[in-house]
Structures are given as structure tokens and as C-alpha cells.
Ligand binder design. Sequence first.
Ligand SMILES: C[S@@+](CC[C@H](N)C(=O)[O-])C[C@H]1O[C@@H](n2cnc3c(N)ncnc32)[C@H](O)[C@@H]1O
Length: 327
Amino acid sequence: MSTSTDDLAASTAETYRAFAGQAHGRSPRYEELTLAVAEDPVVLRFLGTLPVAKRQPNLLFAAARYLLDEPASSATLRALVTDRSAELTETVLTRRTQTNEPARCATLLPALAQLPQPLALLEVGASAGLGLLVDRYSYDYDGHLVTGTDPRAPVLRCQPRGPVPLPTRVPDVAWRAGLDLNPLDVTDDDDVRWLECLLWPGEADREARLAGAVAAARRQPPTVHRGDLLTDLPALISEAPRDATLVVFHSAVLAYVSRPQRAAFARTVGGLGAIWLSNEAPGVIPGIAAPGSDGQTFLLIRDGAEVVARTDSHGSWLDWETTALAT
Ligand SMILES: C[S@@+](CC[C@H](N)C(=O)[O-])C[C@H]1O[C@@H](n2cnc3c(N)ncnc32)[C@H](O)[C@@H]1O
């Protein structure tokens, strides 16, 4: 049975309505814009000309911001779709959703600090590698301060909930590497501009954090290798030092690959002898029951089996009270 154009437009509209829930309380402008797109036949028709994977709200809005030099409104987005559709199509097709949120390090730090040191960190889906600088940032967990190795790097604020094992120091990192289909280069102004365009209007703290993290990364850039997490992980792992605790981690990445591919990735990581920390939306990791999702909560899962914590998807809180949900 073929899917009609009307069905596709309806499901795209549904995707945009669901995104409004993620933007709620964070970006009133994007909440309003997503709801407007869901009702706008002109923008929905434009989205229908794109491959399904390229219809995401984040990607469309970032591409519009890139071309307009400011966040889109429903009127400027519609004008862009009408008057500059070729440019908009090219921007969407050649770029990806690669939002790099350094604050997610604050939700990973307690789990990392519990491991035997030093660490060898391998982040898959690392984007520009800002998540690899976990030891360089400083942290403020509601007054509990942890000082990073770069005094000029941002202080990441995160509200701890429940018995979070807050560390007294950042971990020792002996080696770090990222893997990404399309590594972004922190020293390239256009790549950094794209990272800025991916932020949501109304979140001034994220803009300041990104600027500070990029400045820190530019002082000592992380290495992010071009490659696919589905095929290129074992080769990269062979470069890690043997006398360090190897940690493979990721956040906001596995949702971009299919369910069978997630299962294949889980089997690959399981056979590597590494600690595996996953920070993804509920339902993404195979075999872990998914509680109802508000679109803003991730689960921090160790070794594909143990739910360690619930985390804010942008790193602003960490709730350690969740009981294991492995099925
Ligand atoms: C939303 S970004 C998240 C970036 C970073 N993990 C963070 O939390 O800030 C998702 C990243 O995953 C990468 N990605 C998606 N599929 C991938 C794959 N199959 N292999 C490697 N990287 C992938 C994208 O290129 C993008 O940089």
C-alpha cells in the first residue's frame, strides 16, 4: 500500500507538533514556530520535497537561521520557502543536526568519576568534540563545586536530584577521541556558526556556554575522526592506551540510526571490553523499558543494562534515584 502525499504531510505536521513539546518552556519562539509549521500547507509542501530524515524541525530552523542571519518567524520562514527554496534545500541537504551541548558533560561526570583512573574516552557522534572536554570544564552542582583543568573554560551548572555521587575532582583523562559521520572543526568559523544556528532562540545561557566551550576547545582542539559508529568503532578503539579504563559514550546520537542498527551497535560495543555509557531518549537503547517521555528527559544507561540516572536532555539536571529498568 503506498503512502499518499496527504499522509506524509500529516505525519510531518505531527512531528512538528511533538517538537513543540520539547521547545515548551525553553524556546517560546520555536514552540510557536513549530505549531505554525504544522498548520502551514506551503512549508509542509516544501518539507515534502525533502527526504524524510531531512524534515526535522531542528534542521529546518537551523538552516533558516543560517540563511536569514537570525531565528526565523513563521512569516520569514514562509518567505524563505517561497523565495529562496533552492538555497534552503541545499543548506538542509548538505548539513546535519549536530547540536553540541557541553552541559551534557555535567550529567556524565559523576558516572565517569566513579571509574578507575585514568580514562580513555571515546565519544561516538561527537559533533565538534565539546563533550570530550569533560575534565577541562568546571562544575557547579547546586553549590558543590568541582574545578576543571582549564580555569577559563565554562562552569557547567547542573541541579543534582537524589543521591548523586558528586565527585570532588574531575577525572584523569589519558586519551580522548571522537567519531562522527561529519566532524565539525572548532577552529573553523563556518562550522562554529552552524553550531550557533542549531541553538534555540531564548536560551542565552546555551549561547554563552557554547562560546566558552568553543574557546576552550580552540586552545587544545579535541580529535574527532570521520567515520560511522556502526563500522568504524573497533579500529579507533585499537588506538586507545591499554592501561586506561576505556569508556565508549554518546548522547543524542543513537536516535539517528535505525532500530536494527542500534541493536548491532549494542552487540559491537558489548564485545569491546569497554565501559559503555549511553545518554539517550527513553526507548532508544534496545532491551531497556521506556517510561513515558516528555521529550526533555534522557536516560543514562551503563553497559546497555543498568539505568544509572535520568538526565535533562540539555544537561541542566541529573536525577540519580531511578531504579534499574532492564527487561
Ligand atoms: C545531535 S548531535 C549530538 C552531538 C553530541 N553527542 C552532543 O551530545 O552534544 C548527533 C551527532 O551524531 C552524529 N551521527 C549520527 N549518526 C552517526 C553515525 N552513524 N556515526 C557517527 N556519527 C553519527 C551526527 O553527525 C551528529 O554530529
